[in-house]
Design a protein around this ligand. Structure first.
Ligand code: SAM
Ligand code: SF4
Length: 345
């Protein structure tokens, strides 16, 4: 039997099915490795970014994303690095918006640090984006500057206001950092409740060298955080899932969703419906594994999408069953060498 089976090629109806029986419905695309911030858990202060020629250009990104849509992907998330610092990025959103109009795609969305949202929120809405994930770890301006190394909280807050004004629903992603922002949990929950945002906490993942402080000292298991939250808030587990590593609860006092992304303490791989494309066209079938497939070569080799589609199908045919993230005292080195900003969060 084939390693991978799938129905109805190119109809946009039947998804690719990986060797473990999981339908692939979700593609996350990092459109740049660059960022205007340097969050301490994500990047070293001095990063060497990729030469621009290595990156897929916007037309190539459109071709690859559109090929995935033809192969049954129903959700695209544009991420980075900081996706909204890529020059002319709104062109890509406009192009991809056509798949929403045709009904081939259910959702086009973005993960951003919100520094450029004031400029782009209305245009994102016009392209069909309805929800954005905004990464924000603290509401304290000094702490924000410390975590991001030089960011201004005010710029992010203005970006959030612009997003709300444009009609975009907002989910805040906060990385839980021991001794850094774990004293702000209640304030974040209340603030999100007042503003109508959902909130998700993320455990620090061992991805890429970051220099200085090791992640072992930043690591805060979300089971501990949840225990603390429940001393103040009433959480009811809900079935809602995005097919990813987040588990959700409803906060009864605010009526908002609270998510926990716990790749280190829970195994979420059995329901994994996603793959990730880097800005250089490398397809990672698993966030926690190094195996990947080069899609840039087939895109550049031919004007027609035949070789690209073959390369995608071959890659999905070797999607692994799960990951091997570990943070412990014996293994201080990152479990995978690349940074989250390369594969996208
Ligand atoms: N720049 C955008 C942003 O910050 O939202 C998009 C890219 S960023 C890499 C995506 C998400 O990954 C962010 O929510 C960020 O907090 C998270 N992230 C980055 N490095 C991480 C790490 N080592 N462990 C856990 N989450 C991480
Ligand atoms: Fe930039 Fe996002 Fe990484 Fe922060 S988490 S450095 S905003 S890519």
């Amino acid at each position: 039997m084939d390693m991978m089976s799938r129905g109805d090629k190119g109809s946009g109806q039947a998804p690719m099915i990986d060797p473990h029986g999981r339908p692939i419905r979700y593609l996350r695309v990092s459109v740049t490795d660059r960022c205007d911030l340097r969050c301490v858990y994500c990047m070293a202060e001095t990063m060497t970014f990729l030469p621009k020629a290595d990156l897929l250009n916007l037309e190539e990104l459109d071709r690859v994303c559109s090929a995935f849509v033809r192969l049954g992907v129903r959700k695209l998330r544009i991420t980075g690095g900081e996706p909204l610092v890529r020059r002319n990025i709104m062109w890509l959103f406009q192009r991809l918006g056509r798949h929403l109009e045709s009904g081939a795609l259910d959702e086009l969305t973005v993960t951003t640090n919100a520094t450029q949202l004031s400029k782009h929120a209305a245009a994102l809405w016009d392209c069909g984006v309805r929800r954005v994930n905004v990464s924000l770890d603290t509401l304290d301006p000094d702490k924000f500057a410390e975590i991001t190394r030089w960011g201004k909280l005010d710029t992010v807050l203005k970006g959030l206001d612009a997003a709300t004004e444009a009609g975009l629903a907002i989910k805040i992603n906060a990385v839980a950092l021991k001794g850094v922002n774990d004293d702000e949990t209640d304030r974040m929950i209340a603030w999100c409740g007042e503003r109508g945002y959902d909130l998700t906490f993320i455990e620090v993942m061992p991805m890429g060298e970051i220099g200085g402080d090791s992640r072992l000292s930043q690591y805060l298991p979300l089971s501990v955080l949840r225990g603390r939250i429940q001393q103040t808030w009433t959480l009811t587990d809900i079935d809602y899932t995005s097919g990813g590593p987040a588990r959700y609860a409803q906060i009864e006092e605010t009526g908002r969703k609270l998510g926990f992304i716990t790749p280190l303490t829970h195994n979420f791989c059995e329901s994994c419906n996603r793959v990730r494309l880097t800005c250089t066209g490398q397809l990672y079938m698993c966030l926690g594994q190094d195996d990947h497939a080069d899609l840039r070569a087939p895109v550049r080799a031919a004007d027609d999408d035949g070789p690209l589609i073959d390369a995608i199908e071959e890659a999905i045919g070797r999607k692994p069953k799960g990951h091997d993230f570990v943070i412990d005292r014996r293994r201080r080195a990152p479990a995978v060498a690349r940074h989250m900003s390369v594969t996208g969060g």
